[in-house]
Design a protein around this ligand. Structure first.
Ligand code: DC
Length: 232
């Protein structure tokens, strides 16, 4: 038996712990981890900084032509930093101002074509874990392992609150809840690649799982998919 590199697609609602799992999984497997949501956030940041009218297709196309997004591996954090036109924007893309607008930006067809084309290129050599909303349905429909993550709504609110509170102590639980509800609604009802579970995705509800437990479960699933019998 030998292991070959595969594509692991992780989708689900906001704050289900997708990136925590994806990051740990990639580190254990020696795979690349790509946070596709960070790309939509970086594009949103660019649009906000340049006052781009989201409803103006021509302006949106013009803006996209000026955007380059790259991921650079950071030895210290053992994960990839996202760069928008050579600027490390990791800190800015989690701001509430970006969170409030990102679902609207991610619903724009031109934005999605741009991001999805780049995501597909990043998966060419396999050995990648990517998380998002449409990874198993639109970006990598033939991924060897697809996971659809869920968690109870209040668990998700508290997770996001703790994450945001670390950089913004003025944030309230209600603000976080409202933002999550709104994004769930937009992400799952938009016309372009709405969030839904791919038919062949495995459902993982991690409300009462520890990080280690969920990682162990998924490593088992990975073993099944990445191992092939060598002939002879
Ligand atoms: O995962 P996140 O919360 O950082 O994602 C930010 C937004 O981007 C989210 O509201 C939905 C959108 N998104 C998307 O439409 N498709 C993806 N593959 C990833 C994120």
């Amino acid at each position: 038996m030998s292991a070959h590199k595969i594509i692991i697609a992780i989708d689900g609602y906001s704050s289900c712990g997708k990136s925590t799992l994806a990051k740990e999984l990639a580190a254990r497997l020696g795979y690349n981890y790509i946070d596709s949501g960070a790309m939509y956030r970086a594009i949103t940041l660019y649009f906000l900084r340049h006052h781009i009218d989201f409803n103006d297709s021509a302006k949106v196309m013009e803006a996209i032509a000026n955007i380059t997004i790259t991921f650079a591996f950071n030895e210290k954090t053992q994960s990839s930093d996202i760069h928008l036109n050579d600027e490390d924007v990791a800190l800015y893309i989690r701001d509430m101002i970006v969170s409030e607008k990102v679902s609207q930006v991610a619903a724009i067809r031109e934005v999605r074509s741009f991001a999805v084309a780049q995501q597909k290129r990043m998966g060419r050599k396999k050995g990648i874990v990517m998380d998002g909303r449409d990874i198993g349905t639109a970006v990598f429909p033939t991924a060897e392992l697809k996971i659809f993550m869920t968690a109870d709504p209040e668990v998700r609110v508290m997770r996001r609150f703790k994450e945001m509170y670390a950089t913004n102590p003025n944030i309230t639980i209600d603000e976080v809840r409202h933002n999550l509800e709104l994004r769930d609604y937009i992400d799952s009802t938009r016309e372009e690649s709405p969030l839904h579970q791919a038919k062949d995705a495995i459902l993982l509800n991690n409300s009462s799982l520890t990080r280690q437990e969920q990682l162990d479960i998924v490593l088992e699933w990975t073993k099944d998919r990445a191992t092939t019998k060598v002939a002879g």
